[in-house]
Design a protein around this ligand. Structure first.
Ligand code: NAD
Length: 292
């Protein structure tokens, strides 16, 4: 155990590179005389965590040169009023990406809201049309976290074809789309979740292990094999307020070929991917008149 050098995957550095690339691409388009890309963020209610997330997303958007359209709405806004505002943003030519920060207040039907976003502007990749595109391997917006994970694997230069990838967690925003992307890249994929029996028996087979459960420290060293590449998506807070992942980092690290830390791994990549998705949406919208 631990005979090799473990690569600590620096998600912050990867994210910074991607952000710079998006910024440069935006500048190229604007210098060529095109309009500025626009990202619209919806924040409903006063959840402090959501407030922080949206602030970060808007700052990132400003950094790369997107115009910032923001809708701060009261927690008691009606579903219809929210849907009307989304439809308005669907129609606006200066808005390329629309993001509705989750969770939404209980009286609002999340699926109805997400399904109202024009698929070409759905930069979170949650609309059924985009989900279908992802599963079928057709061009579409992919959810930011799994897309960010794939980007990290590609930057590492990991050969994915034929590898056994194990995804722990089967949520719509991380686990399921992650598994679909890995299938597309010709991995053999196992999806585990809360009802999986003998989780360790599966995780021990993983060449690539992606963990997204929100269970702090779920994956211990005896649950992985030597040489595994580990992407830890989970974010929990310890009692002393520190962020921690789903993987017991210090113990698993010596066995891993590469591993993401928490914080500083998948999280920053997720944020950067929103910018990449918005840029792609904008480029798609710019091309529309030419194709019409
Ligand atoms: P979720 O609650 O929707 O889904 C959790 C999944 O984990 C479910 O599929 C559940 O079956 C599974 N699970 C829970 N406990 C388990 C256990 N003991 N054994 C096996 N499977 C178990 O969560 P989510 O939205 O997919 O997020 C998962 C984690 O990732 C959370 O900690 C969240 O904060 C984090 N997250 C991080 C980023 C990022 O950018 N780093 C992005 C999204 C989510």
């Amino acid at each position: 155990m631990g005979e090799h050098e473990t690569r600590i995957i620096d998600g912050k550095a990867s994210a910074a590179r991607l952000k710079d690339a998006v910024k440069a691409q935006v500048a190229t388009h604007v210098d060529a005389g095109h309009r500025v890309p626009g990202l619209c963020t919806f924040l409903v209610g006063d959840d402090p965590a959501s407030d922080v997330y949206v602030r970060h997303k808007r700052n990132d958007a400003g950094f790369v040169g997107f115009s910032d359209v923001h809708q701060k709405l009261p927690a008691d806004i009606s579903e219809e009023a929210l849907l009307d505002l989304i439809r308005e943003m669907n129609r606006r030519d200066d808005v390329d990406g629309i993001l509705v920060q989750l969770p939404l207040p209980k009286h609002i039907d999340r699926a109805r809201v997400l399904n109202a976003i024009l698929p070409s502007k759905d930069v979170d990749g949650f609309h059924p049309v985009n989900v279908a595109g992802l599963v079928l391997g057709q061009p579409s917006h992919w959810p930011c976290t799994p897309k960010g994970c794939l980007h990290l694997l590609d930057e590492l230069g990991v050969e994915l074809r034929g590898k056994h990838a194990v995804v722990v967690g089967h949520s719509n925003i991380v686990g399921r789309p992650m598994a679909s992307l890995l299938v597309q890249r010709d991995c053999t994929v196992t999806i585990c979740h809360i009802h999986t029996q003998d989780l360790a028996q599966h995780t021990r087979q993983a060449d690539i292990l992606v963990v997204a459960t929100g269970c702090a420290g779920l994956i211990s060293a005896d649950m992985v094999k030597d040489g595994v590449v580990v992407l830890d998506v989970g974010i929990s807070r310890t009692e002393d307020g520190k962020l921690t992942g789903d993987v017991q980092f210090d113990d698993v690290k010596p066995k891993a070929a590469a591993i993401t830390p928490v914080p500083g791994g998948v999280g920053p990549m997720t944020r950067a991917m929103l910018l990449q998705n918005t840029l792609e949406a904008y480029e798609g919208h710019l091309r529309l008149p030419a194709e019409a």
